[in-house]
Design a protein around this ligand. Structure first.
Ligand code: AMP
Length: 311
C-alpha cells in the first residue's frame, strides 16, 4: 500500500519561550511524512528551491520517505515560514510567510504518487489541494488540513476542496471561523454536510475531538511537563492518524478504526512538541510510539460504578 502527501516543504524560523531556531526543516508535508512513515511507505510531493540541500532530504529518506516526487525549481527559494510563541503555546503569531517556489506551482503527480491508496492534502492553497485530489482518483481515503489564512483569502476554494475529501482535520477555532457556527459540534456538523464522513478538531494542548454523523470521540493531549516547540504538532498528529488508516487497508474506515487512529496521532504529536521542528520525530522509534499509545489508553480509561445518586 502507499500514502501520498502533498503540502509545504519548508524552512521555518521559530521562537518559543524555550529557545529558537533561525532556520530549520519544516513544512506541513514534512511533519506529516515523518510521522506517517511509521505506518506505510510515504511519498512526499511539493516544490523546493536552490536552498534545499541533501542534508534536509536525508532527514526524510532516513525515515524511508520516498523523495522522488519533490520538484526542484531552479533559481527558486524554498517556502519559508516564521513564527513566534508566547507562554501560551496554543497561541502563535506568524511573522512571515514567503511562498517562494509555491508561487506558480502546478502539482503534477507521478503515476506512482497518483496511485496512492491513501492521500493527505496537507496545508497549502486549496486550489492546489483540489488539483491533486483530481489526480488521485482511486484513493480509498483522502484527508485534508488547512489554516486560517486560506479561510480568509480562499474560502470558496477551501469549501470546494473539503467537499471532495473523506476527512477534514482542522483546529477547532478554524472550524468555527470556517462555518461561522458558535460551537464545535455545530461547526463539525455543518462541515459533514458538505461531504466528508469525519471531522477531526485539533485543540492544541487540550487534545483532539472526532465527529462523525453518528459518533463522537475525544482524547486529551498526552500530559507532558516539558513542551519546547509546538510547530508541526498538527501535521504530526495528522501523520499518525492518517498513517494508521493507511496501515489497515482491509478495514472499513469507521468510528472504531478512527478512534484508534486518534490515539496514534495524539502520541506522535506529543513527541513532536518535546523538541524543535522535526528534531524529536526524526529519531523516534516504533517502540516509543507504542508505549505512549498504551499509556494514553490507561490514562483515559475509567469505570462506571452503580452509585445511587440522591434524588
Ligand atoms: P502546524 O504547527 O502543524 O500548524 O504546522 C506548522 C508548519 O506549517 C510549519 O512547518 C510551516 O512551514 C507550515 N506552514 C505555515 N504556514 C503555511 C502556509 N500558509 N501554507 C503551507 N504551510 C504552512
Amino acid at each position: 500500500m502507499s500514502l501520498t502527501v502533498v503540502g509545504s516543504i519548508a524552512f521555518d524560523a521559530v521562537r518559543t519561550p524555550f529557545g529558537e531556531r533561525p532556520r530549520m526543516l519544516g513544512g506541513s508535508a514534512v511533519h506529516f511524512a515523518l510521522a506517517a512513515s511509521f505506518f506505510d511507505r510515504v511519498r512526499i510531493v511539493g516544490p523546493v528551491g536552490d536552498d534545499w540541500s541533501p542534508a534536509e532530504e536525508a532527514v526524510l529518506s532516513g525515515r524511508g520517505v520516498v523523495c522522488e516526487d519533490i520538484v526542484h525549481v531552479r533559481g527558486g527559494r524554498t517556502f519559508f515560514w516564521s513564527g513566534v510563541y508566547g507562554w501560551d503555546l496554543n497561541d502563535r503569531e506568524t511573522l512571515d510567510t514567503q511562498l517562494g517556489v509555491f508561487e506558480g506551482f502546478a502539482p503534477r503527480l507521478s503515476p506512482a504518487a497518483a496511485a496512492a491508496d491513501v492521500l493527505f492534502l496537507a496545508n497549502i492553497q486549496p486550489d492546489l489541494q483540489r488539483a491533486v485530489r483530481t489526480q488521485a482518483r482511486d484513493a480509498r481515503f483522502v484527508a485534508l488540513d488547512s489554516m486560517n489564512l486560506w479561510i480568509e483569502v480562499a474560502r470558496d476554494a477551501l469549501v470546494a476542496a473539503i467537499s471532495e475529501v473523506d476527512c477534514v482535520i482542522l483546529n477547532d477555532a478554524e472550524l468555527r471561523q470556517l462555518t461561522g457556527a458558535p460551537n464545535l459540534i455545530r461547526a463539525a456538523r455543518e462541515v459533514l454536510g458538505w461531504g466528508p464522513s469525519a471531522v477531526v478538531a485539533k485543540q492544541g494542548e487540550y487534545g483532539a475531538a472526532l465527529i462523525t454523523a453518528d459518533g463522537f470521540f475525544s482524547l486529551p493531549a498526552f500530559p507532558l511537563a516539558d513542551v519546547r516547540d509546538p510547530t508541526g504538532a498538527g501535521d504530526t498528529f495528522a501523520g499518525g492518524l492518517v498513517g494508521y488508516v493507511a496501515a489497515h487497508p482491509e478495514e472499513p474506515v469507521d468510528l472504531g478504526l478512527l478512534r484508534r487512529a486518534m490515539a496514534y496521532g495524539t502520541a506522535l504529536a506529543s513527541f513532536n512538541v518535546e523538541e524543535f521542528g522535526t528534531e524529536r520525530v526524526a529519531r523516534l522509534t516504533g517502540a516509543e510510539i507504542t508505549d505512549r499509545v498504551r499509556a494514553l489508553a490507561t490514562l483515559t480509561q475509567f469505570e462506571v460504578d452503580d452509585l445511587e445518586l440522591r434524588p
